[in-house]
Design a protein around this ligand. Structure first.
Ligand code: DGL
Length: 280
């Protein structure tokens, strides 16, 4: 099938984090339909080997492409770090939009010359992060934290509890002591705890959520490919998880304030296919 302007935008993440990117895409492009896949069976990706993330990402990309998506948004810094280049090589005719920690705007905005980056261990280890630093850090000092356990807390829907607070406190207080004045969210789960981050870091610290910039990039690419939907009707949103659909549905209402049916997609034992019931 060849995608048309009416085809959906495919978006995936290890779990519910990519919903922060989906939210930005839908705010900017309300007429576009979207198809979201959260790999909750394998979340967190941040502790997995690069090769495994590549295999998972390849199968997810096939799953989305089989549903005729016109562009694939890797709404996950970890999967982008591990697999963006790999996917572009595997599927040379497909448009992929990936994510990288927003070090460039942070380096432009900091006044103290000190920037904090919150991401996952796999993102920090990847070549993409090293290249982002090389290209954009520009003499700015970077302080990293992998916020161990934070993705799982957010997957549980715990945005304000004691453990979530402790993880963020441990990440942000040492940064504050170094006069960090800009914090980059290098994991798509973290925008859902911005109020807590802001409370702990202080109102003067700027927090950068890259999702709006990703949505702008999606729009630019759709325009360049003449695939932007010209219809005046609101787009539809379809959701799949490899985890528990009803738990994902609860997260959807907590994180996006939205009630929607969620479909189950199941992995084959060899991770080569994903199949969904009731899917078209
Ligand atoms: N939300 C993802 C990211 O941007 C993945 C987190 C994880 O699964 O470890 O990094």
């Amino acid at each position: 099938m060849t995608p048309t302007a009416g085809s959906p935008i495919g978006v995936f993440d290890s779990g519910a984090g990519g919903l922060s990117v989906l939210r930005a895409i839908r705010a900017r492009l309300p007429n576009e339909s979207t198809l979201y896949f959260g790999d909750q069976q394998h979340v967190p990706y941040g502790l997995r080997a690069m090769e495994q993330i590549q295999r998972l990402s390849e199968t997810i990309a096939r799953f989305l492409l089989a549903r005729d998506v016109k562009i694939v948004v890797i709404a996950c810094n970890t999967a982008s770090a591990a697999a963006l280049k790999f996917l572009r090589d595997k599927f040379p005719h497909v448009r992929f939009v990936g994510m990288e920690p927003a070090v460039k705007p942070a380096a432009e905005r900091t006044r103290t010359g000190k920037v904090g980056v919150l991401a996952t261990p796999a993102t920090f280890q990847g070549e993409l992060y090293a290249s982002v630093i090389g290209r954009f850090a520009n003499g700015v000092e970077l302080y990293q934290s992998a916020c161990e356990g934070l993705v799982q807390q957010i997957e549980r829907g715990d945005l304000t509890g004691n453990e979530t607070r402790r993880i963020l406190h441990d990440a942000l207080k040492p940064m504050a002591a170094k006069q960090v004045d800009v914090v980059v969210l290098g994991c798509t789960h973290y925008p859902f705890v911005i109020p807590l981050i802001q409370e702990i870091a202080g109102a003067d610290v700027q927090v950068i959520d890259p999702a709006p910039a990703v949505a702008r990039q999606v729009e630019r690419l759709l325009e360049a490919d003449r695939l932007k939907n010209a219809s005046a009707a609101l787009g539809t949103a379809e959701f799949f998880t490899s985890g528990d659909p009803s738990a994902f549905s609860d997260l959807l209402s907590l994180l996006l304030g939205e009630t929607s049916a969620v479909k189950q997609a199941r992995w084959s034992a060899d991770l080569q296919t994903l199949s969904a019931r009731n899917a078209y």
